[in-house]
Design a protein around this ligand. Structure first.
Ligand SMILES: Nc1ncnc2c1ncn2[C@@H]1O[C@H](COP(=O)(O)OP(=O)(O)O)[C@@H](O)[C@H]1O
Ligand SMILES: [Mg+2]
Length: 243
C-alpha cells in the first residue's frame, strides 16, 4: 500500500531523510518511532505531498507519487487521511459540522448520506450523542477523538497519524490506540503512526520502525524489537519497563 525507495529529503545542507526504504502492506499498522527532530513529521508530509523529496520514490496504492502535479495529487490525498498532533477543530462549528466539513467540501453527498457518515464516524470514536456540542464544551481528549472522526468520515484507505497520543492522559491514550486498532481491523485501513510511545507500539503494531538521523536503525515485529540490541531500541524499551 505504501512503499519508500531510497527516499532523501534535505533542508539546505541538513539531510533529514537519508535514503529510506520501507514497504507497508494493506491493512498493516506500522509505528515509526524516533527521538524529536529525526524527520518523522517530514516523512508524513512527503507522503501527503505537503513536501517533495529530493531523491527517491514514494509509491501509494500502486502509483508513484513523489513528483505528481498539484492536480494529480488531489486523488492521492483522497486516499490518505492525516490526523495531526493537535485537534485544530473549527471553534465556531459544532461537533457534527466539524466532522461533516470535509465531506461537504470534497464529496458530492446528500444531506442524509452526510448524516449517516458523520454518525458512523462518531460511533467509531465512541462519541455518539455529543454531535451538537461545541469544541469548547468538550475535553481535549474528546476533541482529539472528534478530529479523528473527521478524518475517518472520509473513509480513507490510509490513515497517517502524527503523534496521536502525545499530551493525552493514559485513559485517553489507551482509547485512541484501541481506535487505531479497531479501524484497521474493521475497515482494513492501512495505518502509519508516528509516535514516541513504545508501549503503544508494542501493543498494537504489526511492524515497528526505529528512525534515527534519517535512517532506519531497527525494524521488525514487536517481538523482534523487544530483542533488539540497538541502543536506541533498548532506551525506548527501558522506558516501557519503568512504567
Ligand atoms: N520546512 C522546514 N524547513 C527546514 N527545516 C525543516 C522543515 N521542516 C522540518 N525541518 C527540520 O527537519 C528535521 C526533522 O523535523 P521533524 O520531521 O519535524 O522531526 P520529528 O521527528 O520530531 O517529527 C528537524 O531538524 C527540523 O528542524
Ligand atoms: Mg513531529
Amino acid at each position: 500500500m505504501i512503499e519508500f525507495k531510497n527516499l532523501v529529503k534535505r533542508f539546505g545542507t541538513h539531510t533529514v531523510l537519508n535514503g529510506l526504504n520501507l514497504s507497508i502492506q494493506e491493512g498493516e499498522i506500522v509505528f515509526i518511532l524516533g527521538t524529536s527532530g529525526t524527520g518523522k513529521s517530514v516523512l508524513l508530509k512527503n507522503i501527503v505531498g505537503l513536501m517533495t523529496p529530493d531523491e527517491g520514490e514514494i509509491w501509494i496504492d500502486g502509483q508513484e507519487v513523489a513528483r505528481l502535479s498539484e492536480e494529480d495529487y488531489f486523488l492521492v490525498r483522497k486516499k490518505c487521511g492525516m490526523v495531526f498532533q493537535h485537534p485544530a477543530l473549527f471553534d465556531s462549528l459544532n461537533v457534527f459540522e466539524n466532522v461533516a466539513f470535509g465531506l461537504r467540501r470534497h464529496f458530492n453527498l446528500s444531506e442524509a448520506e452526510i448524516i449517516e457518515r458523520v454518525d458512523k464516524a462518531l460511533k467509531v470514536v465512541h462519541l455518539s450523542g455529543i454531535s451538537q456540542k461545541m469544541p469548547a464544551e468538550i475535553s481535549y481528549g474528546m476533541q482529539k477523538r472528534v478530529s479523528l472522526a473527521r478524518t475517518v468520515a472520509l473513509e480513507p484507505k490510509i490513515l497517517l497519524f502524527d503523534e496521536p497520543t502525545t499530551g493525552l492522559d493514559p485513559v485517553t491514550t489507551t482509547a485512541v490506540n484501541n481506535l487505531i486498532l479497531e479501524l484497521s481491523r474493521q475497515l482494513r485501513t492501512t495505518s502509519l503512526v508516528v509516535s514516541h510511545d513504545m508501549k503503544c507500539a508494542l501493543e498494537i503494531a504489526d511492524q515497528i520502525i526505529l528512525l534515527d538521523k534519517g535512517k532506519i536503525i531497527a525494524q521488525g515485529t514487536p517481538d523482534q524489537i523487544k530483542l533488539s540490541k540497538v541502543p536506541l531500541a533498548q532506551e525506548f524499551l527501558q522506558e516501557v519497563m519503568s512504567l
